[in-house]
Ligand binder design. Structure first.
Ligand SMILES: [Fe+2]
Length: 277
């Protein structure tokens, strides 16, 4: 009897989800396509969570995430509101492209991962936090803003965890991917800018690995973070570098790294890359 009541509650919540999803769709958010995976996921539970995975709790968690996740347009506007520097915006786009590519590789929620990556440094220009304070400045100030907006904790946690000094340990795949792509995307940009055509199409993994050993080149990039990023993913560094080069090539024009002989973006890449609104 009690179990039947629980399921009636679940069905009622699902109906509410449908209405909410429709309303979001009407506002331009792409949520309807998430409903079917959410329903199936509810049936099989969310194995990534530690707490008891009751259907009701699963739906509540999923419902909250679906309601509060920003659209990419909203995320881009937030980034631009706090970040005037074009290079920082391009860095956000580069990391987004890499993280989106990994989301596709791992079969994860590409939109959610991409938006998280786009926002990972949005507060950096205003609060650079050179002293690396664990709870003030970047990325903690940004996290406060995201929380005020009601954005998902899963997203905020990944953003906090990409900076070791916050003390937030990386546990989810998204957190590992964001960390692995952040510093490397910066290094690949530096590698492209010293090429004759300043093009990411001229950058190859072998030359990147050689430059990683050159301490005088791109001193600001933490080599240890680059290596640890690949290790955390369990992917050989050369493969990780090649993967991120391909991802950045897909939006070379937006990154200002297309050079004179830029290759046209492949349809699969351009469909998934997002890009600046
Ligand atoms: Fe970054």
């Amino acid at each position: 009897m009690g179990e039947g009541k629980n399921w009636r509650t679940v069905i009622l919540r699902i109906s509410a989800l449908r209405v909410k999803s429709f309303l979001h769709e009407a506002n331009g958010a792409r949520l309807t396509h998430r409903f079917a995976p959410a329903f199936l996921g509810m049936l099989f539970y969310n194995s990534r969570r530690d707490e008891p995975a009751t259907p009701e709790r699963w739906v509540a968690a999923r419902f909250g995430r679906m309601c509060l996740i920003p659209t990419r347009t909203e995320a881009w506007q937030l980034l631009c509101e706090y970040t005037q520097n074009e290079n920082l915006r391009k860095h956000a786009l580069a990391v987004e492209a890499c993280v989106r590519a990994y989301a596709r590789k791992f079969g994860a929620d590409e939109e959610f991962w991409g938006i998280t990556a786009l926002l990972h440094d949005f507060d950096y220009e205003r609060w650079p936090n050179e002293e690396r304070h664990p709870t003030e400045g970047h990325p903690s100030e940004g996290a406060k803003i995201l929380r005020e907006r009601g954005y998902p904790e899963e997203m905020i946690r990944a953003i906090l965890a990409h900076a070791d000094y916050t003390g937030v340990p990386r546990t989810s795949l998204l957190e590992h991917v964001l960390f692995a792509c952040d510093e490397l995307a910066g290094f690949l940009t530096a590698c492209a800018l010293v090429k004759p055509n300043k093009s990411i199409h001229e950058v190859e993994p072998a030359s990147v690995q050689k430059k990683l050993k050159d301490k005088a080149f791109a001193r600001g990039v933490n080599r240890d973070d680059v290596r640890r990023g690949a290790e955390e993913l369990g992917i050989p560094l050369e493969e990780h570098i090649g993967f991120c080069i391909q991802a950045m090539r897909s939006i070379a024009d937006q990154l200002g790294l297309a050079g004179h002989a830029s290759a046209p973006a492949r349809p699969a890449d351009s469909a998934a890359q997002g890009g600046a609104d």
